[in-house]
Structures are given as structure tokens and as C-alpha cells.
Design a binder for this molecule. Structure first.
Ligand code: MTE
Ligand code: MO
Length: 327
């Protein structure tokens, strides 16, 4: 976001930096072929050079979820490798490839999420309780980063409103703040004052209550990879990606609009609302178009960015509001 591009203009990981999950998955069948003597010499060499990566590749727990067709966009799903190697997660570094490289050391068990503030039933939830609190749904959402790129990801979770029901907000609860983990022993990015740590984000209570707001525990049929916010994050698909905080440890229901990390870092660039809006440019770039990660070649035309990222059903939340002022 505030970080300049690499001097050579390349801000995507080089192919050699990518951990190939497909390779990991095909390893067993490869071994079988090897035993059967049906593997070509060339691929043997290639395989050897990838062994180091295979060791790092996660073997993630499968997560059963029923696809909810009301929340499935028709766009082509972003390849898993792109969604897990091109990430923003500044706790692990500012380079897009840093989270995939470093986030595996974060311990996601045991894990608790404390819910406090203006609620009748403050509670600390164990992550495994949260996984079972409501039926898990698969939802395919667009995610639009404020930097001008987007992905399409099959998330797994349930509406955040399910958690709201459990803790029963008081009438004073007007906003919700999400607090991400800040673990110095696992997160090298915390040593740099890019943001005020821990990473904090927030929503108005009616935004948090909207069924689209997803308490997210998985993607692509498995638990979340660490670089995508394991073990639990929110996904708010009509807002720029930075509103969707990763690795949440605390949720506060509050009276006043809470502090949010990017707004504190650059208030003129990142507003509290941060709804995806092609008509309101970032001070340093246009928001009218986006490139879809995984589809972008040098000559691929950019896609038009849609109002509310295409989620027009949230428009009534902002009736009568000047979205230039409340950007
Ligand atoms: N804790 C935390 N959450 C975060 C971020 C971060 O740096 N730290 N980056 C945000 C940004 S800018 C984006 S675009 C999305 C990226 O989510 P993804 O890596 O799963 O695609 O995560 C958001 N959540
Ligand atoms: Mo982002």
C-alpha cells in the first residue's frame, strides 16, 4: 500500500519463489511412478529441484462445507497457488511473497478469540468451538485490494451475525473492532513501524450484521493457510481487502468509531468505510479498474471495478451518505 514497487517494476513473486502445492499433492503418485519406472529422466531432475519446496508445502485439514449458491459469484476462481503466494499480511513483511515464506511458523492451536465490550455475554471462544458454532458454508467472493488487483476465492465460514447472536450486543454497541494477533516471536514484520501493531480494523454494527460479512475459517475446501489469515479472519467482500482482518484474537463491540490500522497510518488515503468505489480515486491512483490475479498477462485488459465490488445489495446501508466524504 504505502510500499514502493520493486526497482525492476516486478511486484509478483518469481516462479522459482512459488511453493507448488500441486507438486506436493502429486508427489505420492510420482513416487509410485518412480517405483514403476515410468518416469522420464527430465521430470526426475525437475522433481529433485522442487523437493525443498515440497517440504514446506502445507498438508492442510479438509473442511466440509455446503456451498451456498446465494453467495457464489460466477467469475472464474483464482488458482490456489496465486491465492496463497500473492498476499498482503504486513505482520510477516511487506513483500507479496513474504507471508507464504514466513507465516508457517505461526501457531494456530491453541487459539482463542475474546469477545468483549458492549455485549450482554462477553465470551472467550476456543477456535474449535467457533468452527462448530454454525454450519460451515462455502461462498465464492471477489476480494478487491485497494492497490488495484483482485481475486476470486471460495471461502469457508458463516455469517458474522451468528457470533453477534451469541454475545448479544447492548444498545450501546454501534461499531465492532477486530484485533489481529501480534506475536513477536512469529511475525518479523512487527519489528517495522509500518503500522501501529496490532493490526486493527472495524465495521459499523449494521455492516458487521450484514449476512455477507463472513467469519472465515477456510478456503478451497481446507482450513485457511496461515498466509491467508489462519485460524480465523473476516471477509467483507464489498470493501477493500484491508478491511478483512486476518488472525483475529479479539473482537470488541464499542460505542464510538474504532481506530483502524490503515486509517491511522494515512488518514487521507484510507478511510474508515473503504467501500469499493470506482468513482472515488485513491489520492495516488485511480480505482476505476483492476487486474485479476492469475489472469493478468502484459496484454490482458484490466477489468472495470464495480460499485461495492458488485455487491449492490449493501447499498441501503449507505442511503443518504456522501461516499466521497465517507470514503
Ligand atoms: N492482520 C492483517 N490482516 C490483513 C492484512 C494485514 O496486513 N494484516 N492485509 C489486508 C489486505 S491489504 C488484503 S488485500 C487482504 C488480503 O487477503 P488474502 O491474502 O487472503 O488475499 O488481507 C487483509 N488483512
Ligand atoms: Mo489490500
Amino acid at each position: 500500500m504505502l510500499i514502493p514497487r520493486k526497482p525492476n517494476g516486478i511486484d509478483r513473486p518469481f516462479p522459482s519463489e512459488i511453493t507448488p502445492r500441486a507438486v506436493f499433492e502429486s508427489r505420492r503418485s510420482f513416487m509410485r511412478q518412480l517405483a514403476a519406472g515410468t518416469v522420464a529422466a527430465g521430470s526426475l531432475l525437475e522433481m529433485a529441484s522442487r523437493q525443498a519446496f515440497a517440504a514446506d508445502a502445507p498438508n492442510l485439514q479438509k473442511l466440509a462445507a455446503r456451498r451456498n449458491p446465494s453467495y457464489v459469484v460466477m467469475d472464474r476462481v483464482t488458482p490456489y497457488t496465486d491465492a496463497t503466494t500473492y498476499n498482503n499480511y504486513y505482520e510477516f513483511g511487506t513483500d507479496k511473497s513474504d507471508p507464504a515464506r514466513y507465516a508457517s511458523v505461526l501457531k494456530t492451536r491453541p487459539w482463542t478469540v475474546a469477545v468483549e465490550g458492549e455485549v450482554k455475554k462477553p465470551m472467550t471462544f476456543d477456535i474449535d468451538t467457533l468452527l462448530k458454532m454454525a454450519p460451515l458454508e462455502e461462498r465464492v467472493y471477489r476480494l478487491r485490494c485497494v492497490e488495484g488487483w483482485s481475486m476470486v476465492i471460495p471461502w469457508i465460514g458463516y455469517s458474522f451475525s451468528e457470533l453477534i447472536k451469541k454475545v448479544q450486543p447492548t444498545s450501546n454497541a454501534k461499531y465492532v473492532q477486530f484485533v489481529s494477533d501480534a506475536d513477536k516471536s512469529a511475525m518479523p514484520g512487527l519489528s517495522y513501524p509500518v503500522l501501529d501493531w496490532p493490526y486493527v480494523e472495524g465495521l459499523r454494527i449494521d455492516e458487521a450484521s450484514h449476512p455477507l460479512t463472513l467469519l472465515t475459517v477456510g478456503m478451497y475446501g481446507e482450513v485457511l493457510p496461515n498466509q491467508n489469515g489462519a485460524p480465523i479472519r473476516v471477509v467483507v467482500p464489498w470493501k477493500y481487502g484491508f478491511k478483512s482482518a486476518k488472525a483475529i484474537v479479539k473482537i470488541r463491540f464499542v460505542r464510538d468509531q474504532p481506530a483502524t490500522a490503515w486509517n491511522m497510518a494515512a488518514p487521507n488515503e484510507y478511510g474508515f468505510y473503504s467501500n469499493v468505489n470506482p468513482h472515488v480515486d485513491h489520492p495516488r491512483w485511480s480505482q476505476a479498474t483492476e487486474r485479476r490475479i492469475g489472469e493478468d498477462g502484459f496484454f490482458t485488459p484490466k477489468r472495470p471495478t464495480l460499485m461495492f465490488n458488485g455487491y449492490s445489495q449493501v447499498a441501503p446501508l449507505y442511503a443518504g451518505m456522501d461516499l466521497r466524504k465517507y470514503f
